[in-house]
Design a protein around this ligand. Sequence first.
Ligand SMILES: *Cc1c(COP(=O)(O)O)cnc(C)c1O
Length: 351
Amino acid sequence: MLTPRIEINLGKIAHNAKRLKELYASKGIDVIGVTKVVCGDTKIANTLVKSGINILADSRIVNIEKMCEAGIQAQFLLLRTIYSQANDVVLYAGISLNSELSVIKELSKCAVKQDTKHKIILMVELGDLREGIMPSDLDNAIKEVIRLKGIELVGIGTNLACFGGIKPDEKKMELLSSIAKNIEDKFKLKLEYVSGGNSANYNWFMSTKDVGEVNNIRLGESIFLGCETLDRKPIPNLFTDAFTLIAEVIESKTKPSLPYGNVYQDAFGNTPKFIDRGLTKRILLGVGLQDVLVLGLTPMLDIDILGASSDHLVVDVKKLELKVGNELEFDLNYGALLSAMTSPYIIKKYK
Ligand SMILES: *Cc1c(COP(=O)(O)O)cnc(C)c1O
């Protein structure tokens, strides 16, 4: 079979999606499936929809456009809105997350032009310091937003543990709930979505006695890799191996472990340092940095990844005997999965 390829077990993804949907539903929280790490892959998107997920979210409007055009039967939410793309945002995404008034005004113009309504969820900054309106500025933003034609304010949300690594704990979620309540009282409106976060919210969800106003969560990694994302611990009863990367041996030889000659920079401008371990059994695999974030790969066999260039992975295979043409399997972390699904050179194989 051709390599390099990523094998995608749709059954395991479906299992994880169903389990998480049931789990979060047990305390009244609905799950949005986040497809950005799989680049809006349409087979995976369809699997999520068949597993009962009604809203799919992606950070890229092109991925949403692709899913729309494939006829995926879901509502689409855009996670990251870009001013210059406002027209396509209104065209392809029913809902978007927003934190800038100028962008929302542009969405309003486009919605009016397209004779439609665009729903928005306002993101609130709670300390992770990526996207979000500062809580003290929220009332003024809402006053302006609810006046805009073609725009419907349907919720608020927050995003933690992405940039600053800030934990979505009881305090943060209580704060989000109280902000939601205040808005509903002050502006006499009902927020359909109070979106509490992402895969990092799992520990809070499991331990909390009261989810408050939070009724929505946006999940990518925990569906695809079966883990929470504060400590990257597996979630019970989920598959952590829905994706496997497979690469092929293209050279297999016994060579010294220490490069010889005068040491200068490598292909990426680093001056490498190596330890002399005498002669070692080394292989080259036909996969490299143009295909995948090599640091995020874990080999399934007992071997050591020594390094990588654009197209080659250099591996010490220790005691193993490997021949040219043999295949090796790797687990992927989030970064490796993102890069492998994005690379046009990695063949996608569905099981
Ligand atoms: C990526 C993203 C998510 C999903 O995060 P996971 O850790 O994959 O669950 C949720 N919300 C926003 C705004 C995102 O950008």
